[in-house]
Design a protein around this ligand. Sequence first.
Ligand code: S3P
Length: 443
Amino acid sequence: MKFSSYKARALKGSPVIPGDKSISHRSLMFGGIAIGETVIHGLLEGEDVINTADAMRAMGADIQCGEDGIWRCHGVGIGGLQEPDDVLEMGNSGTSTRLLMGLVGGHNITATFSGDASLNKRPMGRVIKPLEQMGAKIKAQDGGKLPLTITGPESTLPIEYKLPVASAQVKSCVMLAGLSAMGKTSVIETTPTRDHTENMLRAFGVPVEVEDLQDGAQRVTVTGQVDLKGTTVHVPSDPSSAAFPTVAALICEGSHIEMKNILMNDRRNGIYTTFIEMGADIEFKNERIESGEQVADLIVKGSGVLKAIDVPASRVPSMIDEFPILAVAATCAEGTTTMTGLEELRVKESDRLLMMYQGLKACGVDLEMGEDSLTIHGTGNAPKGGAEIKTALDHRIAMSFLVLGMVTSDPVTIDDVAPIKTSFPNFIDLMKELGGNMMAKND
Ligand code: S3P
């Protein structure tokens, strides 16, 4: 369904942002292989996470959502996953696929993974390679794509693996397979990526060591064959989702919104550092640790024009999912914003560099795209808009352009609103409640 976003008034309100996607996936997977009960508060009930829950159930985990909205898992124990009867349908979710491949790679079972048109184009070679080193047998489509079938070995080999790309999904995949290995499995990352797997495994009682190496690199080591013990997880609100209403409030003058309990893990909050450097009026209150993760309450005000900035390439992993919405903010800022080191954006749910470049150009923005970079010349005023944007099954492209439409002179239309439910199912209602003016477009 097509959806249009029209100029909005100043936004006001205190929206509740849904749970963090990365933490939600991991809580179901770890709860599903733990011994005893895991109780999950605040799980993101988006399509991607539901696909993880369904796959874990298909492999024998008992996962239920109570009428109280609290999720409860009774796990099967390490080595206890059963072979699924059917293909594991992963929809749009790269995180579900790559992490679950790690779990299957640590079990002597066979599973076939498949996805939607977007996921079936994404590279899986990055997880196939280490899993084969650990003993798994994998048959994929040409170019290491889905659908693929993986059979875990009888006994998983512990390895030390140096990540060829900065990817928390690859790191997590190797660590999850390593849970079944006899001995220690290590991953070396040259640029630290999100560390929710490490944090949560510790909360489930599994030792994880982190050693600092040269030039900021780290070795993360997990000890295999240690039982996970069921625990209680409080999922904080997703900072990647909160970035959409944040930018909307920053660019709609006179806005004032408050969002509680937003995850502020320092490997996730690069976008907020960037906003502050752009002169954004954001206050971080009640900074505290909850369930082992840093969280804060945010007050965002639309007061004044943002300044352009150069985003350092070293910050990319801590804001990897936020470049589409940053591009929208940069479009309304004054001056030239440069973003570099973005090669991974080409293999997300869509080629995000290309989709942002084409969509913003169609909306009248002056910008350039390189192999791994985007340069946006902002005027300090909103662009014209008035275009229909291809979303290519990418939730973050869809939400970014609906936010842009809140300030353009002509409405912005996205060709498909459906992908948004993968990560932020109540996005449209929440934005409308704040003062957004969005509606279905019937041609
Ligand atoms: C995620 C890691 C990132 C991110 C994705 C979620 C995770 O992917 O883009 O949305 O939960 O580990 P990469 O590891 O491929 O960078």
